[in-house]
Ligand binder design. Structure first.
Ligand SMILES: NC(=O)c1ccc[n+]([C@@H]2O[C@H](COP(=O)([O-])OP(=O)(O)OC[C@H]3O[C@@H](n4cnc5c(N)ncnc54)[C@H](O)[C@@H]3O)[C@@H](O)[C@H]2O)c1
Length: 325
C-alpha cells in the first residue's frame, strides 16, 4: 500500500513526504511544479509532474502504486492573489480538487488527509479558535478551502470517503533538509530572515495600532515537522476506521510581529531593519488556535513549539540555502 501525496514538491508537502518515508511508508508524489521544486522530492520517490485535475493520471497512479490514502496538499495559497484572481483559485483548488476526489473514490481510495486552513474561519469571534468556531472566510483562498471541506463531507455521505481536514495556522521552520521556498515570499519568518541576510532591505510591518500588547498582529506559529507528524497521525486515525473530522493545528500560543522580529534578531545576531506601514485590509488582530482536539483525538504532541526553536531551524535552512546560491 502506498500514499499519494499531492503538492509533495512544495514546502509542507516535501517535509511531510520525507517524514512519512522515514517512518517506512511508501509514498508517491503528484505535483505540477507550478509553485514547487523538483529537487524538494528525493530521486527515489516516484514522482509525477501533472495536475490534480487530471483524472486519467490520478487513476493511473492509484492503479500502478496500490494507493490506499491521499494526503492532499496541492493548492494555490496566496491570499492577496486570490482576491485579485479568484478564478485561478476556484479552478485550481476547487474544480481540480473535485476531479482529484472523484478519481480517488472511483479508483477505490477512501482516505484523504486534506490541508485546510485557519483562513476558513475568517474574522475570529473568540480567541483561541476551536473547530466549532463559525466558518466565514474573508477571501477567495479561504473559501476555496472551505468548499473542498464541504465537498469532502458530501463525498463521505455519498461515497463513504473518510477524511481529516487539518486546519493549519501559520506553518514555519524547516526540517534539517527541507524548508520554505515560496516565490514570491509573503510569509513573515522567511522575510525576516531575508532581511537578516540583507537579501532584502527591510521587513514591512503592516499596522502597529491593533488591540494587541504591542500593537502588531498576533499569530500562532507551528513548526513544519510538527505539522508533518500530525499528518502521519491523521493517516493512522483514518486507517483505524475512525469517522471524518476537522482538526486545528497550531500551538495555542500567539506571537506578535514585533516579537517574531526580536526573536529573529536574537537567533541570527544580525540587524533586521523594519519599516512601519498602515494596516492591510482583512488582517485580523489575533489568530490563535485551540489545538486541544489534535492532542486528544490524534495524540499529537508538538516537539518544536517554542518560537526560538522554530526560527532557529528556519535560519539554519535559510543560511544553508544562501550559501548555495
Ligand atoms: N504555509 C502555510 O502556512 C499554510 C497555512 C495553512 C494552509 N496551508 C495549505 O497547505 C498546503 C501546502 O502549503 P505550502 O505552504 O507547502 O504551499 P506550496 O505552494 O509550497 O506547495 C503547494 C504545492 O502544490 C503544487 N500545486 C498547486 N496546484 C497544483 C495542481 N493543480 N496540481 C498539482 N500540483 C499543484 C505546487 O506546485 C506546490 O508544489 C496548501 O494547500 C496550503 O493552502 C499552508
Amino acid at each position: 500500500m502506498a500514499i499519494l501525496i499531492t503538492g509533495g514538491a512544495g514546502y509542507i508537502g516535501s517535509v511531510t513526504t520525507e517524514l512519512l518515508r522515514g517512518r517506512g511508508e511508501q509514498v508517491v508524489v503528484l505535483d505540477n511544479l507550478s509553485r514547487g521544486y523538483r529537487d524538494a522530492v528525493a530521486p527515489e520517490v516516484p514522482f509525477y509532474q501533472g495536475n490534480i485535475g487530471d483524472r486519467e493520471l490520478v487513476t493511473r497512479i492509484v492503479e500502478e502504486h496500490d494507493i490506499d490514502a491521499c494526503v492532499h496538499f496541492a493548492a494555490l495559497a496566496y491570499v492577496g492573489e486570490s482576491v485579485t484572481q479568484p478564478d485561478l483559485y476556484y479552478e485550481n483548488n476547487v474544480a481540480q480538487g473535485v476531479q482529484l476526489l472523484t478519481a480517488l473514490v472511483s479508483a477505490g481510495v477512501r482516505r484523504v488527509v486534506f490541508s485546510s486552513t485557519c483562513a476558513t474561519y475568517g474574522e475570529p469571534q473568540q480567541i483561541p479558535i476551536d473547530e466549532t468556531h463559525p466558518q466565514m472566510p474573508a477571501n477567495p483562498y479561504g473559501w476555496s478551502k472551505l468548499f473542498v471541506e464541504r465537498i469532502l463531507a458530501d463525498y463521505d455521505r455519498a461515497y463513504d470517503l473518510k477524511f481529516v481536514a487539518l486546519r493549519y495556522f501559520n506553518a514555519a521552520g524547516a526540517s534539517p533538509s527541507r524548508g520554505e521556498r515560496h516565490e514570491p515570499e509573503t510569509h513573515l519568518i522567511p522575510l525576516v530572515l531575508q532581511a537578516a541576510l540583507k537579501e532584502i532591505d527591510h521587513v514591512t510591518v503592516f499596522g502597529n495600532d491593533y488591540p494587541t500588547h504591542d500593537g502588531t498582529c498576533v499569530r500562532d506559529y507551528i513548526h513544519v515537522s510538527d505539522l508533518g507528524d500530525a499528518h502521519a497521525l491523521a493517516l493512522k486515525y483514518l486507517r483505524a476506521g475512525n469517522p471524518s473530522t476537522a482538526i486545528n493545528l497550531g500551538n495555542g500560543q500567539g506571537y506578535s510581529v514585533l516579537e517574531v522580529i526580536e526573536t529573529a534578531r536574537e537567533v541570527t545576531g544580525r540587524e533586521i531593519a523594519v519599516e512601519m506601514q498602515g494596516r492591510r485590509a482583512g488582517d485580523p488582530s489575533h489568530l490563535v488556535a485551540d489545538s486541544s482536539k489534535a492532542r486528544s483525538v490524534l495524540d499529537w504532541q508538538p516537539q518544536h513549539a517554542d518560537l526560538t526553536t522554530i526560527i532557529s531551524s528556519a535560519w539554519e535552512w535559510h543560511a544553508k540555502k544562501g550559501l548555495l546560491t
